[in-house]
Design a protein around this ligand. Structure first.
Ligand SMILES: [Zn+2]
Length: 106
């Protein structure tokens, strides 16, 4: 099992980068109403911000959020489908993996 504090730091950094990207995209989309956006942004840092992202980036952000929840719950590294360990090598390659290689490849 990888060090959870290290994994959490990695995941949080990646999530922050995705959120920053989403904000930029949304700011561009919402010009010339930039001021409205700023007010909204302070209220909702989470899901609404993610709407500005492309589908792939948004899916990644949701996987990261799920992985962070699993770390909190102590279920990180356990396949959400079969309950078997996801595997250290797979977690190293894909820190937000929620499925073991058997289920992910199906
Ligand atoms: Zn599995």
């Amino acid at each position: 099992m990888p060090d959870l504090d290290t994994v959490r730091t990695q995941l949080e950094a990646r999530l922050a980068a995705l959120l920053a990207e989403a904000k930029e995209i949304d700011a561009e989309l919402s010009e010339p109403h930039g001021r409205d956006w700023e007010e909204r942004a302070t209220e909702s840092e989470g899901d609404e911000v993610l709407e500005g992202l492309g589908n792939a980036a948004m899916a990644e952000a949701r996987r990261i959020q799920a992985a962070l929840t699993h770390i909190d719950e102590g279920s990180y590294g356990t396949c959400t489908s079969c309950g078997e360990p996801v595997g250290d090598k797979r977690l190293e390659a894909v820190p937000d993996a929620a499925l073991c290689i058997n289920y992910a490849s199906r």
